[in-house]
Design a binder for this molecule. Structure first.
Ligand code: NAD
Length: 445
């Protein structure tokens, strides 16, 4: 609890727009929303995006900040700060995760909501982009208190979310249990509506509450399809290759477990407690069990501790940042020796990092492509709820695989056509899809 207090009280760095930057983002000199803005500029230039459309998509439509009181199990009433940013809904309802983390801040939500717009457009989903969160460390609270916080936050959001308007999902620090509570609260405060129909107000629910088979591992599975496509195009053999993963939560652990079945060895892994190396390779299944039980990798037998600097400089074939944003800056990018960086996390590479990796010829599979498996299966869940259907795991997997492989190829084709990197190509595809709708509907729908 003492560390929580120190974090909450930590001075915030102020960016040039006066928006705050997370104190944890000390590996970079960039504000997260600046990163998105610059990436957008590159994508827009690549396709000569209509300047009016550029102006519209350069800022979110809505930015909601809510302070809400929660009576904790101890009886104490504590105030929490929640966010929901709705970036764009020209393609469909806002869609995006809810994050519980002590460093959640407005510009982060703005950036993450923007990335959801590009990600959904690139994936060909009928969704726009949104993102939100609550600024607190969920590790400091009991299961009972997490339920109270989630229900009060959902209540405070009220009609700012909805099954045809804005559809949250899990993100860092939240999971299917969080979504079940959100769904249940939403259904109860909207008792007049069809209770079955509004289940799809959130995705990433447990199977019992209307979740989809395969949603839990979908983001990691999508990351793996990208890695397979990359390996195929480079004539690189995955069997016998090595992997380093930063962040061993939902995305990182599923990625490592699925890759292990293809003969890929996890030699390095890191989380909020530190970084660990094992030349023989970690067993990702046992590591995941340990992580589930202890809520961290700390204390796992086997392997030795290394520094964060050593982790990024390791000789591995594949590096998957799957923790936080802004982790690969100038210093890290200069040291990375992996052949490919696959962005499981959103925005893990800052502008300097991206430039240096490009100059050094290290391939980067960008976040809006690499980690889109999660929102794709979220869409499948939403569709199943809407149609009162329940697809089996094979059907979900096949649909996901088809979409991911096709999207990967479209990005690489576009990169070849435009002679640009994969990130710019991903933006180009997303922006072309948005432009087509703006042009057809008129710019002021
Ligand atoms: P999670 O909460 O399940 O796991 C996060 C992991 O990151 C944990 O292992 C945690 O210890 C580690 N971590 C936290 N702070 C760290 C630090 N300072 N240094 C090193 N490691 C740290 O979260 P997740 O759902 O796996 O999400 C991870 C990333 O992937 C986020 O950027 C999220 O936005 C993105 N993402 C998640 C999904 C999804 O379906 N869960 C989909 C798309 C993108």
């Amino acid at each position: 609890m003492s560390s929580k207090k120190a974090k909450d009280d930590a001075p915030m760095v102020t960016s040039k727009e006066g928006a705050s930057t997370a104190p944890d983002a000390h590996h970079t000199r960039h504000n997260l929303f600046d990163v998105v803005t610059q990436q957008l500029a590159r994508g827009a230039a690549a396709i000569n995006l209509d300047p009016d459309i550029n102006t519209i998509v350069s800022q979110p439509k809505n930015e909601l900040i809510i302070h809400f009181p929660v009576r904790l199990k101890s009886g104490e009433v504590r105030m929490f700060k929640g966010y929901r940013v709705q970036h764009n809904n020209i393609l469909g309802p806002y869609k995006g995760g809810i994050r519980y983390h002590q460093d959640v801040y407005l510009d982060e939500c703005k950036a993450l909501a923007s990335w959801m717009t590009w990600k959904c457009a690139l994936a060909g989903l009928p969704y726009g982009g949104g993102k939100g969160g609550v600024k607190f460390n969920p590790k400091d609270y009991s299961h009972d208190d997490l339920e109270r916080i989630t229900r009060r936050f959902t209540h405070a959001l009220g009609t700012n979310i909805g099954p045809e308007y804005d559809i949250p999902a899990p993100d860092m620090g939240t999971n299917s249990q969080t979504m079940d509570w959100m769904m249940d609260t939403y259904v109860n405060i909207n008792a007049a509506v069809d209770r079955q129909a509004v289940k799809r107000v959130v995705t990433g629910k447990s199977i019992a509450c209307g979740g989809s088979q395969g949603r839990d591992g979908a983001t990691g599975q999508g990351v793996v399809y990208c890695i397979q496509e990359w390996a195929h195009s480079k004539r690189f053999t995955l069997d016998g290759s090595t992997l380093a993963v930063q962040g061993f939560g939902n995305v990182g652990s599923h990625t490592a477990r699925i890759l292990s079945r293809m003969g890929v060895t996890l030699t390095a892994v890191g989380d909020h407690t530190g970084y660990y190396f094992n030349a023989e390779g970690f067993n990702p299944h046992k590591l995941a069990e340990h992580n589930k039980k202890n809520h961290s990798l700390d204390g796992y037998p086997g392997g030795r501790r290394i520094s964060r600097e050593e982790f990024f400089a390791l000789e591995v074939d594949i590096l998957v940042p799957a923790a936080l944003e802004l982790q690969i800056g100038l210093d890290e990018a200069k040291e990375i020796r992996a052949k490919v960086v696959v962005e499981g996390a959103n925005g893990p590479t800052d502008l300097d990092g991206d430039r240096i990796l490009g100059e050094r010829g290290i391939d980067v599979i960008p976040d809006i492509l690499a980690n889109s498996g999660g929102v794709i299966v979220s869409y499948f869940e939403w569709l199943q709820n809407k149609r009162s259907e329940s697809w089996d795991a094979d059907e979900v997997q096949q649909r996901l695989e088809r979409k991911m492989r096709r999207n990967y190829q479209s990005v690489m084709d576009k990169a070849r056509d435009l002679k640009c990197d994969a990130r710019t190509a991903s933006y180009a595809i997303a922006l072309e899809r948005l432009s087509e709708v703006y042009r057809a509907r008129g710019i002021w729908p």
